[in-house]
Design a protein around this ligand. Sequence first.
Ligand SMILES: Cc1cc2nc3c(=O)[nH]c(=O)nc-3n(C[C@H](O)[C@H](O)[C@H](O)COP(=O)(O)OP(=O)(O)OC[C@H]3O[C@@H](n4cnc5c(N)ncnc54)[C@H](O)[C@@H]3O)c2cc1C
Length: 474
Amino acid sequence: MATTIVWFRQDLRVTDNPALILAAKHGEVIPVYIFDENLPSIAELGGSSKWWLHHALKSLNESLGGKLLTFKGDPEKILGSLCDEFDVSGVYWSRMYEAYARERDTKIKQAIKDKDVDAVSVNGSLLWEPMKITKNDGTPYKVYTPYYKNGCLKAPSPRYPEAKPEISFARTRDNLTDKVKLDDMSLLPTISWDTTINKLWNVSEQGAKDKLAVFIKDAITDYNDDRNIPSVKGTSQLSPYLHFGLISPNQAWYAVLDAFDGEMSNNGVYVYLSELGWREFSYYLLFHFESIQTKNFNSKFDSFPWQQNDQHLKAWQTGKTGIPIVDAGMRELYSTGYMHNRVRMIVASFLVKNLLIDWRKGERWFWDCLLDADTASNSAGWQWVAGSGADAAPYFRIFNPVLQGEKFDKQGEYVKKYCPELSQLPNKYIHKPWDAPDIILKQAKIELGVDYPNPIADLKESRVAALDAYKEIK
Ligand SMILES: Cc1cc2nc3c(=O)[nH]c(=O)nc-3n(C[C@H](O)[C@H](O)[C@H](O)COP(=O)(O)OP(=O)(O)OC[C@H]3O[C@@H](n4cnc5c(N)ncnc54)[C@H](O)[C@@H]3O)c2cc1C
């Protein structure tokens, strides 16, 4: 029997994993994960993502009967020596889309082929791969709606998910070069900030499937409305699972469609699938415009007069801006590793438009704190809010965090959960404590500037300043 390698990367699952299916079909399998510190998204991995990766690898190893080999080092060297030592006939992996990974993988593919070993990459992470969707003139889409409707929905349907294959494992040995135990990969925090996160997330394939099942049962029909209400469990919370591939987008796509007999006509279903489409679009942009993580998509923003204000940045990061919905969001992020999408837009808009701080500073903080930190979706999300992105929100449309709070957190439940010091304020003032009369503040046991900060920016003045700054680059 031949020996094959499956190289796991952002597809940490055993069901619906095309690379694993191929490796299992062609031989006895050596399952491998390599922590490649030269890959920027791994080198700069944030604390939350490291935590997730640790648990995801642990769970994958259990699903593989304890056979996963974890390495730290150069994948070309590690895969090459495994091929030589175990007379491997083929190496299989799911494609990644960031520029460094693509270049690295092309080089590795050639090096493996030069050994007369098959090197096969497949699509295991996207519904539609970026290179397959282009406009009629062959150029890439830059606007989401035509991309999704004319490109994706008119292309062949995504692959239907497949079950876990029967796997026979190849024998290896323990003391392989660069092999490290998962516990020695230093992915877990040294000071235990992860107590809350540990309770909230079941980091496993089963955890992803359970979340999806609950979402389909309880939330999808009302998704179109509830997805905007941060105090309601109206969204799937699958993003970190999708990022690390504990579930494939195909599994989510078809679980939803199958529950509605293949019909997209239910509004919740349609909108949910199109949100998965936004994830695809982010990867599409990253593939076709590889610098979107660090450079303005719209180069006019290169001369935007961003402000350098470390005090404001710190207040934003720590949830002490004095704007309740912003602070609640930033504290949700810090304590749970997650932030609701509506609130991501509000806090990002506040940073970029009210504080005039460069979106890249916000992107980096999200990158460090989010469990779902994703090169494609994070940079696309930030550039969308900043107005510098492809198909972005127009810069002059500036979210008013008070009105956003009053609209999407009417009873102030979300704010009260993460800013408990405001919990006794009447709803009328929960999103603008600075407007509350002294007597009301006193009754609510709040002294502004002591128990809760005064706002660090005047919303009206900072809005005008943002519009003026925008005029400079228009
Ligand atoms: C400033 C900013 C930064 C963001 N950073 C990230 C990030 O690092 N990683 C990330 O996965 N998402 C990011 N998003 C997108 C979005 O906020 C999250 O995907 C979503 O909140 C995840 O929650 P959910 O799984 O419950 O989403 P659901 O509403 O259940 O949506 C289903 C899935 O669709 C995808 N999705 C939904 N909305 C978007 C979107 N706007 N863009 C791309 N994909 C989307 C996600 O994979 C999500 O799991 C960001 C958005 C903004 C505004």
